[in-house]
Write a protein that binds this ligand. Structure first.
Ligand code: FES
Length: 117
């Protein structure tokens, strides 16, 4: 099945509570065109989404389900070779692909639900 790097806008992923405060969660969307893998990071009532693909080697970041963040929750960390990414813009600030960036997956909150944007 084809791996997609974007989704249409307006898909409801579920209530914001699906993602723990200060945490991250994986989402897989199966569509006619293929399968999309992404993850959402939550800070308070705000969410930020990225395609689940490390710019270093093109693999999903988390080897353990939903393990996308550093221990203190301040950065996104790839589980393979330790690349570190800022949560707000996905820029790699350390590790083997410094200067590269995660691909944004636009998501927003609407009426308490996470929705693709
Ligand atoms: S695949 Fe992510 S750091 Fe190497």
């Amino acid at each position: 099945m084809e791996r997609l790097s974007a989704t249409p806008a307006g898909i409801t992923l579920g209530p914001i509570e699906l993602v723990t405060e200060g945490g991250a969660r994986n989402f897989v969307l199966e569509m006619r065109a293929g399968r999309f893998h992404g993850f959402v990071v939550r800070s308070g009532e705000a969410v930020t989404g990225y395609v689940d693909r490390c710019p270093h080697m093109g693999v999903p970041l988390a080897q353990e389900l939903d393990r996308y963040l550093t221990g203190d929750g301040s950065l996104i960390q790839c589980s393979w070779h330790g690349a570190l990414f800022r949560i707000d813009d996905g820029r790699c600030v350390g590790g083997p692909c410094a200067g590269a960036a995660l691909t944004p997956w636009p998501v927003t909150i609407r009426d308490g639900s996470i929705v693709t944007a």
